[in-house]
Design a protein around this ligand. Structure first.
Ligand SMILES: [Zn+2]
Length: 239
């Protein structure tokens, strides 16, 4: 549904739920979209009225979202939580590699990218996905090994809503963005999904197992609460 304010139009996604009697409007950080939850029986006209009444609020909230940080020459991204400056090396051979650099007061490490400027963003993202998969293969493999299990498959996605998931057949999926977080966070997320291979829920038994596998569970959860949304800023197109 599209609604108009004095100076802008906004796309509002409608979600009907049987369990609510209220209209609830949300602006989501990770996906940068607007969702209006409405009761099962509410009409589209009521929904539109409600959204239009709150158009100014929607505009304000969208303005306050953290700015996206696209992958471009000179920008700084955290790789395993450590700042790296992206340096475009158009004339160099190869694809993407890490080098030590001296930048005045800046990062001591550079993520160097060869090739044309228009491919830089994609090359950086491909590199980060590969790094994430390599780290997760090691971490999830080790945790599963402790339990005498082997993940059926470990794969990388770009999910906006979850950091990882585990299917009933033991396939594990992770967001590539967790390679931007400090290493103990990726490690914990691997343990979390491996624990789901035993308990497909968030029961007390599940948490006991996760904490037994990974001593940093609470610290990592706190880190994700405080900084998790920031990871969604990286690599998005500038607006
Ligand atoms: Zn879970």
């Amino acid at each position: 549904m599209r609604i108009a304010d004095k100076s802008a139009t906004y796309v509002v996604t409608l979600k009907r739920t049987a369990t609510t009697r209220r209209f609830t409007l949300r602006v989501r950080n990770a996906t940068r979209d607007v969702v209006l939850t409405i009761p099962q029986r509410a009409s589209i006209i009521e929904a539109r009225d409600f959204a239009e009444k709150h158009a100014a609020w929607i505009g304000e909230r969208l303005q306050k979202l953290p700015h996206p940080l696209p992958f471009v020459d000179g920008c700084i991204i955290p790789l395993r939580g450590i700042p790296h400056i992206i340096q475009h090396r158009p004339g160099a051979r190869g694809t993407v590699w890490v080098e030590g650099v001296t930048t005045a007061g800046g990062p001591a490490l550079a993520l160097c990218v060869a090739g044309k400027a228009e491919h830089l963003g994609r090359r950086v993202q491909d590199y980060l996905r590969t790094q994430a998969l390599a780290d997760l293969n090691v971490a999830a493999g080790a945790y599963a090994g402790k339990l005498g299990l082997t993940p059926k498959r470990i794969s990388i996605r770009d999910s906006k809503t979850r950091w990882g998931s585990c299917s009933a057949d033991g396939s594990l999926n992770f967001s590539w963005r967790i390679v931007l977080a400090p290493a103990f966070v990726l490690d914990y997320l691997a343990a979390h999904e491996v624990a789901h291979m035993v308990h497909l829920n968030h029961s007390p038994k599940f948490w006991t197992l996760t904490r037994r596998l990974c001593a940093e569970t609470d610290r990592a959860e706190a880190w994700l609460d405080a900084h998790g949304t920031q990871l969604h800023r990286y690599g998005q197109k500038a607006e």
